[in-house]
Design a protein around this ligand. Structure first.
Ligand SMILES: Nc1ncnc2c1ncn2[C@@H]1O[C@H](COP(=O)(O)OP(=O)(O)OP(=O)(O)O)[C@@H](O)[C@H]1O
Length: 264
């Protein structure tokens, strides 16, 4: 089954196109790595699939439905989480929140079944030992894994992850990439992951999409990650280097947070 299907998709903000004429299909269980320079339209595409942004023309389907009809099937992990870290929530409570908001209620006491599920999911991301620690005191990699666990609370069939590796050091990147790999292998969840550094994720990417306000390339990693394709977007210094049986992609690209604080 198609998890996501876009046909001639053009996404606009107040009539101005941010991303134009995009076609692609992602099958259930596949992982798509979404690559493109700053301002390419990566977050815009994720938000539109997640039904947070609705200004588009063309066709966009999530499991055969319009995005807003498929909302319950989608988990979204934004680039900068909107948690107020001055509120003293433990890691377990942050995860449990993923099971509460979904139901549209505000609970003063978290139901036992929700806590039980949150403990199980926290264990799945390898963080049982920090359940009672304050979220604000966790390392960057641990925080990102807690946010992944929170997104898993609603049993999504499609996970949309906006820059899950940004602002992490190389070892934390490896940890988070390991959890994403586990989600793919053990839960079979379809994922779309935006990234500026594709290398730690290449192992789990079934498909790669390169965009720059339009679709530049879409296909298997080996098809998209070619010198000529990468150079056409990132310039002459960009290149793809085969290392043993792997590819290593150098784009010289960095993440720049351009939209000011919060809200993404
Ligand atoms: N809320 C908004 N209103 C108007 N324009 C927006 C809005 N959000 C994004 N844009 C514009 O849409 C274009 C694509 O932005 P988007 O954030 O999707 O790019 P991105 O590839 O995710 O970039 P980055 O890698 O820097 O996060 C940019 O020109 C951006 O300024």
């Amino acid at each position: 089954m198609n998890a996501v299907k876009a046909e001639n998709l053009t996404i606009t903000y107040e009539g101005k196109p941010a991303l134009e004429g995009v076609d692609f299909t992602l099958d259930e269980g596949e992982t798509l790595l979404l690559l493109g320079p700053n301002g390419a339209g990566k977050t815009t595409l994720l938000k539109t699939i997640a039904c947070f942004h609705g200004e588009y023309t063309g066709k966009l389907e999530v499991f055969g439905r319009e995005p807003c009809e498929a909302r319950d099937l989608i988990g979204y992990v934004p680039q900068s989480h909107s948690l107020n870290e001055r509120v003293p929530l433990t890691a377990l409570e942050v995860v449990a929140m993923g099971g509460i908001y979904r139901k549209g209620f505000f609970h003063f006491k978290i139901p036992g079944a929700t806590i039980e599920k949150a403990s199980e999911v926290l264990g799945f991301v390898g963080l049982d030992h920090v359940a009672d620690r304050l979220f604000s005191e966790l390392s960057g990699g641990q925080k990102q894994r807690v946010l992944l666990a929170r997104a898993l609370m609603s049993d999504p069939r499609l996970l949309l992850l906006d820059e899950p590796l940004s602002a992490l050091d190389p070892s934390a990147r490896g940890e988070v990439a390991g959890v994403l790999n586990k989600i793919k292998r053990e839960r079979g969840i379809t994922m779309i992951i935006t990234t500026h550094d594709i290398n730690p994720l290449l192992e789990i990417g079934d498909k790669v999409m390169l965009i720059n306000r339009r679709l530049i390339a879409f296909g298997k990693p080996g098809e998209v990650l070619q010198d000529s394709v990468i150079k056409s977007v990132y310039g002459p210094l960009a290149r793809v280097i085969p290392v043993e049986d792997r590819l290593f992609c150098i784009t010289g690209d960095v993440h720049i947070h351009r939209h000011g604080g919060g809200g993404r």
